[in-house]
Design a protein around this ligand. Structure first.
Ligand SMILES: [Fe+2]
Ligand SMILES: [Fe+2]
Length: 269
């Protein structure tokens, strides 16, 4: 578990996951202080013990008041069950869809500990004015992002993510520290893999959604799967606007994995 300050009163808790054939994918959650303590997502499921321990080093879990759950995927809900127990004063901010999906599994969220938001809501929560939005790219229909209007910090969930060549890339202080060609490749592949529907989406409608993000003028954009974007957001948006016209990225099948294993075996002998 890696921790670093990524914006005033915002600390990232990060795991790095090595994804075969893709690269190193950061899984970031964020702790907000400076108001009522709030957590944005709850980490990668296999790292949940370390996650809760590190979170407890940063804040008293009894003081954790809000957990924004951007969607119900396993890299965002890792510690939710533990935190429902160990952070008894926390209320989960999420969407109706995510509440329902969580209720279908073994990590249900009690409705009385839930605060529902949807795209376009503006809510005052914990001393912050949060605007909820649906990111332009997402892999789960329950996905919600938020902008903290008081600071301009945007939390955009899976959107903008990229698997990168090294763990150090995934933990960079600023996405500008990543080599441009590696960032571009990783972001386009991730966009295709995480949101395969983008290849049948209307380019015009995607562009409208990307422009809406730019119009929010965030001071920093914090993705679950990318180092902080502090400048040049328009470059990321222009890049992702090309996705509908691109061919879908190929993910490995059994033959690919066996061929890769054979190469490794030959190199070892
Ligand atoms: Fe996801
Ligand atoms: Fe994710």
């Amino acid at each position: 578990m890696h921790t670093r300050t990524v914006a005033p009163d915002v600390t990232a808790l990060s795991s790095i996951v090595e994804v075969p054939t893709l690269g190193h994918l950061a899984v970031n959650a964020f702790v907000l202080t400076g108001g009522e303590p709030m957590l944005v997502d709850t980490g990668f499921t296999p790292d949940r013990e370390a996650f809760v321990a590190e979170l407890g080093n940063l804040i008293d879990l009894g003081d954790l008041r809000w957990i924004l759950l951007t969607h119900a995927d396993r890299d965002h809900t890792g510690s939710i069950s533990e935190l429902m127990q160990e952070a008894p004063n926390a209320t989960v901010i999420t969407t109706f869809y995510t509440l329902g999906i969580m209720g279908c599994g073994n990590q249900p969220i009690p409705p009385e500990r839930t605060y529902l938001v949807r795209d376009g809501n503006e809510v005052n929560i914990g001393g912050r004015r949060l605007r909820a939005f649906r990111p332009p790219l997402f892999d789960n229909p329950g996905t919600v992002g938020v902008v903290d209007a008081s600071t301009g910090v945007m939390f955009c969930s899976d959107f903008l993510g990229a698997a990168l060549p090294s763990a150090d890339d995934g933990l960079a202080e600023d996405v500008a520290d990543v080599k441009p060609d590696e960032l571009s490749h990783g972001q386009l592949v991730w966009g295709s893999v995480d949101s395969p529907w983008v290849h049948v989406a209307s380019p015009e409608r995607l562009q409208k959604s990307l422009t809406a993000i730019e119009s929010l003028s965030p001071s920093v954009v914090l993705s679950t799967h990318l180092p902080p974007v502090r400048a040049g957001l328009e470059d990321h948006l222009h890049r992702l606007a090309t996705l509908p016209a691109m061919s879908p990225a190929d993910l490995p099948d059994q033959a690919t994995m066996e061929a890769a294993a054979a190469v490794l075996h030959d190199e070892a002998t």
